[in-house]
Design a protein. Structure first.
Length: 322
């Protein structure tokens, strides 16, 4: 189970989220990315005005067709781009605890650091670690208020799909397969069927890490790590593994970027791993001289010809350690 803080754009939308115990994500690549990353059984809180609101458990995920005018949230137009968005991707939530807490609290330091290094929200969601979830599970009071259940039985639902063929794109039902979605695929793959354990064993470091959690997009002063693997209960030393993911062929710049992240973690990074479609022989030697791990990925589907749902991509996804 994972814990996320969901950014809410304005107070009115926050009140609607609280009223219906539901959150929605826009018809954008960031919206579908967030919808795919958060699973049924995960926990979320709302994030607005540098405060965290309530603790919920995700009980259902739905994507609604033709959701432009479906309540409760109105469409939103961004002034800088002029683009208008609506909310087809939704999570139905079970309220667990009621609270309104400032992110200044030490318990939210993991998320607060991400916010500070990003210079503000500018992101649909932030994943917090298990320590944060344990803390918020003791905040406030047990939720005992009534909520207005959103009835979606009259609406047609769909599963978002992905393709590399631009002619097949039909947002929000079919998106271009981008690096953000590949990050979701890799994370989902590593979390299941002991795949992470197999990867670490191939790099001969599986015995050094216990009770691991995989966190998305950790901010550092140098940039943003795609995936961070860490011990959920570190003792004495907080061992970590950094993963950088590239959709296409890896470059020397990618290796240097990853190496910089490993050095910035000041002796607590056991390994940096670069995942990409393929690598040149020269780059393999260059990366191994920096003690970095390299993994190529494969998706046994014709993404350049057809579109596929997330579950199909996961089933046909594989990683190969070099």
């Amino acid at each position: 189970m994972n814990y996320f803080l969901i950014s809410v754009s304005n107070k009115n939308n926050l009140e609607l989220c609280l009223k219906y115990a539901m959150t929605g994500f826009t018809n954008s690549i960031n919206g579908v990315w967030t919808f795919l990353e958060i699973d049924k059984g995960d926990y979320i809180s709302f994030l607005y005005g540098a405060k965290a609101f309530n603790l919920y458990k995700v009980k259902e995920k739905i994507a609604i067709k033709n959701a432009e005018d479906i309540p409760p949230w109105p469409k939103v137009t961004f002034s800088m781009s002029g683009n208008t968005y609506y909310f087809p991707f939704r999570l139905l939530l079970e309220p667990i605890r009621r609270f309104e807490e400032s992110l200044v609290r030490a318990e939210f330091s993991y998320v607060a650091e991400n916010l500070l290094l990003r210079g503000g929200y500018r992101k649909t969601h932030f994943q917090a670690d298990q320590t944060t979830l344990q803390s918020v599970s003791q905040m406030g009071q047990i939720y005992n208020q009534n909520i207005d259940n959103f009835k979606y039985s009259n609406y047609e639902l769909f599963y978002p799909k992905f393709t590399e063929k631009k002619e097949l794109i039909k947002i929000p039902e079919v998106f271009l397969f981008q690096e953000l979605i590949l990050q979701n695929v890799v994370k989902n793959y590593l979390e299941k069927n002991k795949n992470l354990e197999k990867i670490l064993k191939s790099f001969k470091i599986n015995e050094e890490l216990k009770n691991l959690e995989i966190l998305s997009e950790k901010a550092l002063p140098q940039g943003h790590i795609d995936l961070l693997i860490k011990e959920s209960i570190p003792i004495g030393k907080s061992n970590k593994i950094v993963i950088e993911i590239k959709k296409n062929k890896a470059t020397k710049k990618d290796v240097d970027q990853l190496y910089g992240y490993t050095q910035e973690l000041m002796g607590e990074c056991l390994l940096g791993i670069l995942i990409a479609k393929n690598f040149s022989k020269e780059l393999i030697n260059y990366a191994k001289n920096k003690n970095l791990g390299l993994i190529s990925y494969d998706i046994n589907l014709e993404l350049d010809k057809n579109c596929y749902c997330f579950e199909e991509i996961i089933k046909n996804f594989s990683l190969i350690c070099l």
